[in-house]
Design a protein around this ligand. Structure first.
Ligand code: DAH
Length: 329
């Protein structure tokens, strides 16, 4: 055996034992480069074959080719082994234990007032009304003046208004949305306006922030009978087939005549809110032709409705955010 052949034999054993010791596929790649790469000793030997004597050329050519083939085979066999055990350990590490208990899912529910609001709004949308909203910070003009509250009129002070700077107020009712709607639309108008309202008042049946739902209809030939029919239909929808509405005389600056409306509840009556025929002064203020159009409007508190429907005695509990209370609905 020539010195070159001995060298080849040594490289072959070294390579095979390195392959068998390799623990990862990336180590195998290093081994391949070290023993079979372009700069590897075995490759150098192959390159020098041309300069050997014919006898030597044959022997060295044969044994160097055999050695490389053997190393290649060992590499690819080992590579398969490692790849499949690497895949297996990765799968094991990423396994999901489907028997573990899940994270408990907290299911929310709608606030009692919101249920009433959704129910009432759905009813009016079903009758073809639009839904209108306005800002909670409102101009004194939209909240009072355009609704026929004269400057210094006692009805203004009855509202316990939160006054802000520069002629702005926290709106005391949703009626200013009537004004905004009429300024932006020509009649006929059919809208329902839910929203938050504010008054400086707090006791078991009053909170500084409360909700109102307003409705406004302006069209040709609208009468008080249309108002009553609409209210009765709404009462049946919210309180059941036997519910009825009764009207009592009242006063609001923006309606003439004005009424309080009550809905039958158990053996008695529940005060719902105010209503009336839109005062011609209000229609004129927004540029509507009062010879051609009349309208009705009403506004009531869905919080009060929720108190009655769900038997809650203190309105303030609706706004305290106590989950023990809210989860009961
Ligand atoms: N805005 C009135 C209030 O908050 C309620 C009301 C009364 C609304 C009569 C109306 C109405 O639309 O016609 O006290």
């Amino acid at each position: 055996m020539t010195a070159t052949e001995q060298r080849i034999e040594k490289l072959r054993t070294e390579a095979l034992s390195a392959v068998s010791d390799a623990a990862t596929t990336s180590e195998l790649e290093d081994i391949r480069i070290r023993f079979l790469g372009r700069a590897a000793e075995l490759s150098e030997i192959k390159k020098s074959i041309g300069s050997l004597s014919p006898d030597e050329r044959k022997e060295v050519g044969k044994s160097s080719n055999l050695a490389s083939r053997e190393i290649e085979n060992a590499l690819s066999e080992k590579k398969n082994d490692l790849a499949s055990s690497e895949r297996e350990s990765k799968l094991r590490k990423e396994a999901v234990d489907v028997t573990l208990p899940g994270v408990p899912f907290q299911r929310g529910n709608l606030h009692p007032t919101q249920r009433i609001i959704d129910d009432v709004v759905d009813f009016f949308v079903g009758m073809g009304y639009g839904v209108a909203e306005g800002p909670e910070v409102e101009t004194d003009y939209n909240n009072f003046t355009a609704l026929n509250f004269p400057e210094g009129h006692p009805a203004r002070s009855e509202h316990d208004t939160f006054f802000l700077d520069e002629g702005l107020v926290m709106r005391t009712h949703t009626s200013p949305v009537q004004v905004r709607t009429m300024l932006e639309n020509e009649p006929p108008v059919y809208v329902v306006c839910p929203g938050r309202t504010y008054r400086n008042d707090s006791d078991p049946t009053h909170t500084p922030m409360f909700n109102q739902i307003e409705a406004l209809v302006v069209d040709r030939g609208i009468s008080l009978a249309d108002l009553k029919g609409t209210l009765n239909a709404m009462a049946r929808h919210v309180f059941g087939e036997d519910a009825k509405v009764r009207l009592r005389p009242s006063f609001f600056p923006f309606t003439e005549p004005s009424v309080e409306m009550d809905v039958s509840w158990g053996d008695g009556w529940l005060e719902l809110g105010g209503a009336g025929m839109v005062d011609p002064n209000v229609l004129e203020e927004v540029g509507y032709d009062t010879e051609e159009y009349t309208g009705f409007a009403f506004g009531f508190g869905p919080d009060r409705m929720a108190m009655v429907k769900y038997g809650v005695h203190d309105l303030r509990m609706f706004f305290e955010g106590d989950l023990r209370f809210l989860r009961q609905f």
